[in-house]
Design a protein around this ligand. Structure first.
Ligand SMILES: Cc1cc2nc3c(=O)[nH]c(=O)nc-3n(C[C@H](O)[C@H](O)[C@H](O)COP(=O)(O)O)c2cc1C
Length: 325
């Protein structure tokens, strides 16, 4: 008998598979299909802080970028805030697994009060996708760090449900950033968000969207940082995300220290059945490897538990490349 249960940021999950936030998680009926296929939790599509603040008529003076304003206005129209609360309620009425709401934000601003409405609508947890790309030549590291701290502190003062932070991978010191979030109240982290990938069409000489979906080559960073953060910051819950395409990837992330994983691209490609297949193959692997529960192998290969932690570091890089002609 295999026990697939796991604890993630205070949520008791029946197994480690979470459906990541995307357009796939916008409808209660489809969320039910994910639940039926075996998903342990669902992260709803993100609401943007701009949407919340425009709804309250509190933000957005005209900027120097009318195109951006047009885009935001259109987006807001199509995705009203009340619809978001309805989506939470409808999904909660339809599904019995934990439902995680998601907000894409970059300021500790008026939108934070709305987090309470999310909690009242029945969300079991809140994921903050803090999306901020620093390009200033006068970059002020402390101001950026304070922004993250302010967001997590204020949200934690506002709600009682668990709060996770979904991060991009471009911090200069990921463990330090995550430790700061933990100290300031974060219940868990999602490693990582995958940013929009710009590309250039040389025929039209225009900027175009690159591949929206991840692939296996994205997984390595996810494994590395899951392992390092899990080893260095005991007690922070980790959901690995980006590049997880099949069951072996889930096992790898759990061995590296993930309490759960989030999948998105694989669901776009294969549909909900991929969750059933992943769970079945995981059970077979656990029997083969003599594990009765997921907790028995969680973090076995994290930074603290392997003999040579440098396997995740610079010296391994030197060894690998210096041995190649
Ligand atoms: C079409 C699409 C829409 C997405 N929308 C959101 C979103 O609203 N909020 C969010 O936090 N992440 C969003 N993501 C990112 C995914 O949740 C996930 O972090 C990313 O795709 C990496 O996981 P994967 O390798 O399993 O695809 C989106 C991804 C895709 C492909």
């Amino acid at each position: 008998m295999t026990d697939m249960k796991t604890q993630y940021a205070g949520l008791a999950l029946r197994n480690p598979i979470i459906v990541g936030s995307s357009g796939l998680t916008i409808k209660a009926e489809r969320n039910k299909e994910f639940e039926k296929a075996g998903a342990a939790a669902i992260v709803l599509k993100s609401l943007f802080e701009e949407q919340i603040e425009m709804h309250g008529n509190s933000l957005l003076q005209e900027t120097d970028y009318p195109e951006a304003m047009d885009y935001i206005h259109q987006y807001v129209k199509a995705n009203q805030v009340n619809k978001y609360l309805d989506m939470i309620k409808a999904t909660k009425d339809t599904c019995s697994i934990p439902i995680i709401a998601s907000i894409n934000c970059y300021k500790a601003d008026a939108w934070i009060e709305f987090a309470q409405q999310i909690e009242l609508a029945g969300a079991d947890a809140l994921e903050l996708n803090i999306f901020y790309m620093e390009t200033s030549l006068n970059y002020d590291f402390e101001a950026t760090r304070d922004m993250y701290i302010n967001i997590i502190r204020k949200v934690k003062e506002t709600v009682r449900i668990p709060v996770m932070v979904k991060l991009g991978k471009y911090f200069s010191n990921i463990p330090s950033a995550i430790n700061t979030l933990k100290v300031n109240g974060a219940d868990g982290v999602v490693l990582f968000n995958r940013f929009y990938q710009p590309d250039i069409d040389i025929n039209t000489q225009q900027i175009v969207s690159g591949n929206v979906f991840s692939n296996h080559s994205d997984l390595s960073d996810t494994i590395r940082w899951t392992a390092i953060v899990s080893g260095l910051i005991p007690g922070i819950s980790i959901a690995s995300s980006t590049g997880i395409q099949e069951w072996e990837d889930v096992i790898k992330c759990i061995l590296a220290g993930a309490d759960a994983v989030q999948i998105c691209s694989a669901l776009y490609t294969h549909g909900p059945e991929i969750i059933t297949q992943i769970l079945r193959s995981m059970e077979e692997w656990m029997q083969y490897a003599n594990y009765e529960s997921v907790s028995q192998f969680t973090g076995l290969l994290n930074y603290a538990n392997i003999k040579n932690p440098a396997m995740y570091e610079r010296s391994q890089f030197m060894k690998y490349f210096s041995n190649r002609d």
